[in-house]
Design a protein around this ligand. Sequence first.
Ligand SMILES: [Zn+2]
Length: 363
Amino acid sequence: MRDNFSSKTKRTLADRVAWKCSFSGCSQVTIGPNVAQDKSTNLGEAAHIFAASEDGPRYNPNMTPVERKSIENGIWMCRHHARLIDNDFFNYSAATLQQWKLIAEESAYKNITKIGSNHPNHPYTLVAIDNDIVFEGVWLSAKNDNWKFEINKFIIGSIELMIDKSTSRNNSGSFVVVESQGDGRILKEPLSWELANNKYIISLIVRDKSIRKSPQSIVSGVAIGIDGEIIIENRTMKIIKGVDYAIQLVRICLSVGFGEIREVPTIGTNLSTYYWKFRNNLNQLGKLAKLDITRLISIPEIANNDSSIPTLNFINRIIDVEILNNGILNNDKIAIKLKLEWGDGTYWEDTININVKNLASCV
Ligand SMILES: [Zn+2]
């Protein structure tokens, strides 16, 4: 059973982007003349953002068939990119495709209305460069492992810091993490930048996606309670494995501060620092938490070492992080709702409690 688009929906999807591919940086025109005088040739396709059938990419079991074939769930692409996002679907999140669709529609709108080159309605994503820069950016291109973003504003760090990185000789270990995409990559070479229409554009050549594995394949370990103590059951240490152990690793990593464990500083997060800085903006705090967990699943612990792997590499993608209870601490813990896709493609969501360190140790 496939929930296919109607021909009217396909047509409208194509019309809304002037029949150009919506893949970031492609813009290929998908329509032209046919050898037959009374026909045109269409080389584009209406692709599904969430799959049309259960075995397809980004399938969302919570959607109804009507929602699956609605225009909201479609994106117009050239044939090459429609295939790419379906076959290589681990690389393209629904949130990313939704942003690219909006950007393509806005660009088509700009063409017919001749409005200026600023895009007030462009959807932004948070982008982290290493551990000291986070900016709000518009994804301009993702072609050929060259990711380009237009910088709207810096949330953490500054343009000076970014320019420093572009000239740094010692770039090994630099990485990028994209919040909407739920993915991060090691950079192949130092970042480069340019100034266009008073906006900074940053260009990143990224390596391939790191390999993810099933949570069932990770080793088992001792169960640790929320108080940090080993759990004893029937006078022996409780051993957990698979998803239970994976969740425990997530909880522990999020509760440890970045740099706190000196041997492997990168297995911690900046969550406590973010908490005290952004607790009055829970939406932003949730996105920053998502960005930090995404780093843990995608960037190797020692970034310039080929044999190093990401700490939480049994997760393919963080879909959403929501801060619960208005961000109010309970016993120095914050409750977050975590929604994710495991390395084996199955989904999981639940609430976990994360330690937040007091302000003094975060500044
Ligand atoms: Zn294309």
